[in-house]
Write a protein that binds this ligand. Structure first.
Ligand SMILES: C[S@@+](CC[C@H](N)C(=O)[O-])C[C@H]1O[C@@H](n2cnc3c(N)ncnc32)[C@H](O)[C@@H]1O
Length: 294
């Protein structure tokens, strides 16, 4: 589906509506300076989709993420903003109780496809705004990660809804899917621009309870992604943590590396070990790689 021409540039420069671990909200403008001309845009690991919201819409746009809550949120904002806003306005009373209500609705977390989309969308959005670090974990084995720690995240609801209404307009005509990345990389032309921001390498090697996303990446996923991207005709931009494994996977001559550095939104956790060593919570700084085939 094609977005109406009049909306294309008016809706560039939007901020992602989500607090998203590993999200590119602060660096989206910087990343966009590397974007090529294109007719079609695909964001394969959308998360908070910071790049998509920041850029102008292309003729065709597709955002994908394997988290079902994100899918419910984006589809509902695109197709049913009024019902979403109305249910958000009903989230009153002690916020901790509201949080517990949504965090215990396992039936919705297990929802698939287009069932109960509005409720699933509000569930995801409410938890994202108020949970620790913006991490919306649906994996029952990591339920303890759903920790209510940011009640101000639900302040100024009407202002948030004003922003979400623009997000909803931006999503008009956008294809939204909840698949593993392989499908979103099929049938690409030379005029397509693909942005990939997969879970970072370091996430693959960290302890299961520290992983940032419900669906984590193992070594085979990283390899299979690099193989698929190596074969495509499209223009590809990939974000990774700067580490030997990423440099090796994209060591072929068709790829070039741009080294970047920034402070992450996340912080070092205050673990017992850190405390004992006198390390306080602080912003994490890291070296990043942008990997391009053009
Ligand atoms: C680094 S985050 C993306 C952040 C995003 N660029 C932003 O600005 O917010 C990586 C995303 O990949 C998703 N993901 C993990 N495994 C996936 C898979 N196999 N296929 C598609 N998405 C996946 C996670 O749910 C997560 O949202």
């Amino acid at each position: 589906m094609k977005a109406p021409a009049a909306t294309i540039d008016a809706l560039a420069g939007l901020r992602s509506p989500l607090r998203y671990p590993g999200g590119k909200i602060r660096v989206a403008a910087q990343l966009l300076t590397y974007a090529p001309d294109h007719d079609e845009y695909r964001e394969v690991f959308a998360g908070g989709a910071a790049l998509f919201f920041r850029k102008s819409n292309a003729g065709r746009n597709w955002i994908n993420d394997s988290h079902p809550g994100l899918y419910a949120l984006y589809v509902t904002l695109r197709d049913n903003f009024r019902s979403f806003a109305s249910l958000c306005r009903k989230q009153t009373g002690p916020l901790r109780d509201v949080f517990d209500y949504w965090a215990n609705r396992r039936d919705l977390m297990n929802g698939e496809g287009d069932e109960n989309l509005v409720e699933r969308a509000v569930q995801f959005y409410f938890i994202n705004r108020t949970v620790w670090g913006g991490r919306v974990v649906y994996d029952p084995s990591r339920k303890s990660r759903l920790y209510f720690s940011n009640p101000p995240g639900w302040n100024n609801l009407e202002r948030k809804l004003g922003h979400l209404e623009r997000v909803s307009e931006k999503l008009a005509g956008v294809k939204i899917t909840c698949e593993s990345f392989e499908k979103c990389l099929g049938r690409l032309s030379e005029r397509a621009f693909v942005y990939c921001d997969p879970p970072y390498m370091r996430d693959t090697y960290c302890h299961p309870t520290d992983k940032l996303y419900d669906k984590s990446f193992n070594e085979a996923h990283h390899r299979s992604l690099s193989q698929l991207l190596g074969r495509t005709r499209a223009k590809v931009m990939i974000s990774y943590d700067d580490c030997p494994q990423a440099r090796e996977l994209y060591g072929d001559a068709k790829w070039r590396f741009v080294e970047l550095q920034w402070k992450y939104c996340g912080r070092h956790a205050v673990t017992k070990e850190n405390k004992a060593n006198g390390i306080k919570e602080r912003k994490v700084s890291g070296r990043e790689l942008l990997i391009l085939n053009y």
